[in-house]
Design a protein around this ligand. Sequence first.
Ligand code: NAP
Length: 171
Amino acid sequence: MATIYYTGCTLDGFIATDDHSLDWLTSRDIDEDGPMAYPAFSERTGACVMGANTWQWILDHDEDPWGPKPTWVVTHREFAPTQQVRFTDDDVREVHAQMSEVADGKDLWIVGGGELVGQFHDAGLLDEVWLQYAPVTLGSGARVLPRHVELRLEEVARNRDFLCGRYSVVR
Ligand SMILES: NC(=O)c1ccc[n+]([C@@H]2O[C@H](COP(=O)([O-])OP(=O)(O)OC[C@H]3O[C@@H](n4cnc5c(N)ncnc54)[C@H](OP(=O)(O)O)[C@@H]3O)[C@@H](O)[C@H]2O)c1
């Protein structure tokens, strides 16, 4: 079971614009059956975790916000209760333990944002980073991983518009 940060990002290391837009990402061409695409990745994960702004983006953009995957949202806010989603301000170690219990041996997906991923890394709980680089720069926005994290490149592929890299965390 690995704990994986899987996300699309820009060439200059952002995962959203300053006002939380993902238009630069969702407008790109990707083969959903191609290398490192989301459907196959999702299959191998048994639980996911995200921060409050990411959850808010999902609420704002999807009629059916999330599939059947057990989901943790770390937040101090009051969100409307949703099936399959647990809202918590527990330490990420505790969240990780809870996720591991329900994931049935599958991988754990950290959706983002970057600071939350950094909290998992600080706790020694981040194993891999999978990045899909869109052919664009933004100049500013939400940073992909605002920490010094040493990584080893394990796999690289092209999926239509995207340069895809799979990295392991060097401890
Ligand atoms: N490109 C992609 O594929 C991709 C992937 C993921 C996200 N995104 C986007 O990137 C942006 C990320 O936003 P963001 O960087 O602000 O990150 P975020 O992690 O989504 O949200 C940060 C907020 O989560 C809460 N939080 C984080 N850690 C916490 C903890 N340990 N305990 C309790 N609450 C905690 C805090 O809000 P409160 O204290 O107010 O609750 C914090 O301000 C969003 O626009 C999202 O849609 C893009």
